[in-house]
Design a protein around this ligand. Structure first.
Ligand code: ZN
Length: 256
């Protein structure tokens, strides 16, 4: 019977992922997220309900618009599948508790921010600001208000510090204010000291991919590499590996 629950969690999650795709497309373009209905970005043909079934429709349409045959971005099925899998994970760990709803909200906010920042080098405050409030509320309900508050201040404060010092040294913006709010949001959700490994993982993955990118193109990238997607990876990884990271902190004597 367990498998049926997981299938439902995946279907529900991928349907939410379909909505996240709408946010990812419309938020940075300042378009309404409720109206009009979804349409092909190329030929503007409205998308019928049976062409809008998560993952299935993409495969059925062969990854192309049924009208103009222009390729549909691979981002659509990727976001739907990723959201579905993260819902299955959250459900397997938290079941239908309040924690499930807060954690899937956290995952969804990170997915939307990561994909928008990746394409547009901007982090929408309209997601990160309510995200900070939701993270603090989550900690209050868990009875860990201080953990969340310190995590938020530490995360946002550290990135703000890097922004100020980096700006003085390099005479250009090394971190946007959007990164500050995003890290504050992650800090509120994962709490202190878990915000430290979240930032560490983000910096590590960012540095590795940055080196690979420069090595593969043999040139320095003109536009700055957005940090938001790496922070999102750090935030999600810390939630998933929370028990292992906790054990690591115990080994270090942090909780002794
Ligand atoms: Zn089309």
């Amino acid at each position: 019977m367990q498998i049926i629950h997981f299938i439902f969690a995946f279907i529900f999650g991928s349907a939410i992922g379909s909505f996240l795709n709408v946010l990812i497309y419309r938020l940075p373009r300042q378009k309404s997220i409720v109206a009009p209905h979804s349409f092909c970005p190329n030929c503007k043909k409205p998308i019928k309900w049976y062409e809008n079934i998560p993952i299935v429709s993409y495969i059925f349409l062969g990854g192309k618009c049924s009208n103009c045959h222009k390729s549909i971005a691979l981002r659509y099925p990727i976001v739907e599948a990723l959201t579905g899998l993260l819902f299955v994970y959250a459900f397997s760990r938290f079941h239908l508790s309040f924690e499930f709803f807060f954690i899937v909200f956290f995952f969804c906010a990170l997915i939307v921010i990561a994909f928008i920042d990746f394409s547009f080098q901007v982090i929408p405050d309209i997601i990160s600001m309510p995200g900070i409030a939701a993270g603090i509320l989550y900690q209050i309900i868990k009875g860990d208000f201080l953990t969340g508050l310190i995590g938020m201040i530490f995360g946002g404060g550290l990135i703000l510090l890097i922004r100020v010092i980096g700006g003085r040294v390099y005479k250009k913006e090394v971190m946007g204010l959007g990164d500050v709010y995003l890290t504050a949001m992650i800090g509120a959700f994962v709490g202190f000291p878990f915000i430290i490994p979240a930032i560490f993982i983000a910096a590590l993955v960012g540095a590795l991919l940055g080196i690979l990118y420069i090595a593969s193109t043999h040139q320095n990238r003109e536009s700055p590499i957005p940090f938001g997607p790496f922070l999102a990876i750090g935030g999600i990884a810390v939630i998933i590996f929370e028990p292992q990271i906790y054990q690591f902190f115990v080994l270090l004597g942090v909780y002794l």
